[in-house]
Every structure is written in structure tokens, then in C-alpha cells.
Design a protein around this ligand. Structure first.
Ligand SMILES: [Cu+2]
Length: 165
């Protein structure tokens, strides 16, 4: 939901072919299937389930499911599907600093401060049922995948991701 980036990507996002493109074949990388799910747009969303907030994740009404949460360093292709029937979601990949308890958060906007979180890339704002792919080189470390549609991060729409050496 970074305005600048959204503007930059606006023209590309208008190309329908991007929404159905298959992941490029990776010679020696890893493919991760990512599902952005929710229990319906009319569900009341928790507000205390952001990373490090310490809420009860079993109460999450939306989330990010991955086919694997640990991969080897190198090229990683995230094949993302918005499995929602009625809600736009997105997937942002950001590194987690050692011991970091919470991502930089803008309470007024009810979203992660993406500029401070230094994301590595994203599949931005997928319509319900739409697909997108992000291919990025990843170094060993801890990462978080999250959705930054306002309110979704705090509703539990994030998952941790590990890259090993
Ligand atoms: Cu979302």
C-alpha cells in the first residue's frame, strides 16, 4: 500500500496478463506457493495480532499460508494467490532484524510503515481470485510476509519465513 510504489506499478498492474502469468522457471531456485486467505469480508477483524503484539493468532480472520516456511538461500519465486472471495490482499516480503519484536507501525493509517520496514519486494493488491509472482534473491535470515491493506497486518495477516545458508 505504498502510494509511490503503487503509482509506479499502476501501468504494469493494468496488464491483465500479469495477473495470470505462471512463475518463471527457476534453474536452481525455490518456488513457494502462497495463499492469501480470509473468512469473509464481513468478519470483525482483531486489531492486536500484528507481529510481536502477542495476541491469540487462533482468532485471526485472515492470514497468509505458505507451502513451505523455510528455503535455501538463492532465487525464491513466490507464487501468490488471493484466495479471498471479496477482499483485496497483497504480499510484502521484509527482513526481520535480530530480536525485533514489532514492525514499524503507523497507528493512524493502521498499517506497517513500509519505508521503515525496508521490504524486498511485493505482489501488490491482488483482486479476489487473482494471482501474482515475485522472484527475488534471498540471503540467509529471518523474514516476514505480510499484507499491508489497512488493518490486515493487525488482524493477523502475516507469517514468518526463514532462509537458510
Ligand atoms: Cu490482506
Amino acid at each position: 500500500m505504498n502510494l509511490t510504489r503503487r503509482e509506479l506499478l499502476g501501468a504494469a498492474a493494468a496488464l491483465p496478463v500479469l495477473g495470470i502469468a505462471a512463475a518463471p522457471a527457476l534453474a536452481n531456485g525455490t518456488t513457494v506457493d502462497v495463499s492469501l486467505w480470509d473468512k469473509g469480508g464481513d468478519m470483525a477483524m482483531p486489531t492486536d495480532l500484528g507481529y510481536g503484539m502477542g495476541g491469540d493468532m487462533s482468532k485471526a480472520t485472515m492470514g497468509i499460508a505458505v507451502s513451505t516456511d523455510t528455503v535455501k538461500a538463492g532465487e525464491v519465486a513466490f507464487q501468490v494467490t488471493n484466495a479471498s472471495k471479496d477482499t483485496i490482499h497483497e504480499m510484502i516480503v521484509a527482513p526481520l532484524k535480530q530480536g525485533e519484536k514489532m514492525l514499524p507501525y503507523n497507528k493512524d493509517e493502521n498499517e506497517v510503515n513500509e519505508d521503515e520496514a525496508h521490504d524486498l519486494g511485493e505482489v501488490s493488491e491482488l483482486d479476489p481470485g487473482a494471482h501474482g509472482t515475485l522472484v527475488i534473491p534471498m540471503k540467509p535470515g529471518k523474514y516476514i510476509l505480510y499484507c499491508n491493506v489497512p488493518g490486515h497486518f493487525a488482524a493477523g495477516m502475516w507469517t514468518l519465513f526463514t532462509v537458510t545458508g
